[in-house]
Ligand binder design. Structure first.
Ligand code: ADP
Ligand code: MG
Length: 249
C-alpha cells in the first residue's frame, strides 16, 4: 500500500513552506510502515529532511547570487609560477577570518597575473563558509548605479552592493571614471567601511589611483577607507596567459 498524506495535509506543508518535508513525507511514511519507527524517530527524520533541504536551498541561493565569472579555487592556482603570492597568506585569507573581521583585500598586478582567479578562489571559500558574496566588475557596478538613478532605484541598488558579507570589485583602472560615478563608488566603499569586506583588483598601483578617480580629495577618501584594515597583495610577475600561449606551439 502506498502511504501518503492527504491532499489537504500536503497543501498545508507547502503553505507553511515545509517543502523538504513535503518532498520526503511519502517515503518516510512508507519507511515507517516497513520498519519499526517510533513516533519520535519518524518526526525527527522529517525535521532532518526539512533542515537539509533548507541548507541546500541556502547554498544554491548563495552560489547563484554571487555571480562568479567562473569557478576556480586555490587548488587550481600554481603558486610556483607566481612566487610573489604567498600560499600561506592565501590559505589564511581562505579561512574567511578577514571577512568576519570586516577587513579588505586588494590585489595589484599586471593583467594575467591571477588577480581575478585569486579573488574568485577567496569568494568560493567564503561561500563554502556560508557567507554571502557578490562579484562584479567595477565598471558594471558604476554603470548599474548610474542607471539606477534614472529609474529611481538608486537606494535599492546601493543596498545590493552593501549587503553581502563580501563584495568583489574586479578590474579597477582600465578606464578613468566620470566625477558622478566616482561619488557612487565612494558611496559603496564608505557604506561598507568596517561593516563588510571588499576584495578589489587593480592593474594600477595605489600611486596612480588619482588618474582613475581624477579628484584628489575623493581618491584620498576612498584609499583611506579601503586600506585602513587591508591585506595588500602586490603580484610582481609574468602573465600566466602569455606564458601559456608561449608554451603552446
Ligand atoms: P588577471 O585578473 O590578473 O588579469 P586572471 O586571474 O584572469 O588574471 O588570470 C588569467 C588566466 O590565467 C585565468 O584563466 C587564470 O585562471 C589563469 N592563471 C593566472 N595565474 C595563474 C596561476 N598562477 N596558476 C594557474 N592559473 C593561473
Ligand atoms: Mg582580471
Amino acid at each position: 500500500m502506498t502511504s501518503t498524506l492527504s491532499p489537504t495535509g500536503m497543501k498545508k506543508l507547502r503553505d507553511f513552506k515545509l517543502s523538504g518535508m513535503a518532498r520526503t513525507v511519502p517515503i518516510r511514511l512508507e519507511e515507517a510502515q516497513s520498519t519499526p519507527l517510533s513516533h519520535q524517530e519518524f518526526l525527527e527524520l522529517l525535521l532532518e529532511d526539512e533542515a537539509s533541504q533548507r541548507a541546500e536551498n541556502r547554498r544554491k541561493n548563495l552560489y547563484g547570487s554571487a555571480h562568479l565569472p567562473f569557478e576556480k579555487g586555490m587548488e587550481d592556482f600554481d603558486f610556483t609560477f607566481q612566487p610573489s603570492v604567498k600560499k600561506t597568506e592565501m590559505l589564511e585569507l581562505a579561512t574567511g577570518n578577514f571577512i568576519s573581521k570586516r577587513e579588505n583585500v586588494v590585489f595589484v598586478g599586471q593583467p594575467g597575473t591571477g588577480k581575478t582567479h585569486l579573488s574568485v578562489a577567496l569568494a568560493l571559500s567564503a561561500l563554502g563558509h556560508g557567507m554571502s558574496v557578490l562579484f562584479t566588475s567595477v565598471w558594471d557596478m558604476i554603470t548599474a548605479l548610474e542607471q539606477s538613478r534614472a529609474d529611481m532605484s538608486y537606494h535599492k541598488k546601493v543596498s545590493c552592493y552593501v549587503k553581502p558579507d563580501l563584495l568583489v570589485l574586479d578590474e579597477l583602472g582600465y578606464k578613468s571614471m566620470a566625477e558622478s560615478t566616482v561619488e557612487d563608488f565612494f558611496e559603496i566603499v564608505s557604506k561598507r567601511y568596517e561593516k563588510g569586506s571588499i576584495i578589489m583588483t587593480s592593474n594600477r598601483p595605489f600611486g596612480e589611483w588619482d588618474k582613475i578617480f581624477i579628484d584628489k580629495t575623493l581618491t584620498g577618501a576612498i584609499l583611506d577607507r579601503l586600506v585602513h584594515h587591508c591585506h595588500i597583495i602586490t603580484i610582481k610577475g609574468e602573465s600566466y596567459r602569455v606564458q601559456q600561449r608561449l608554451k603552446t606551439p
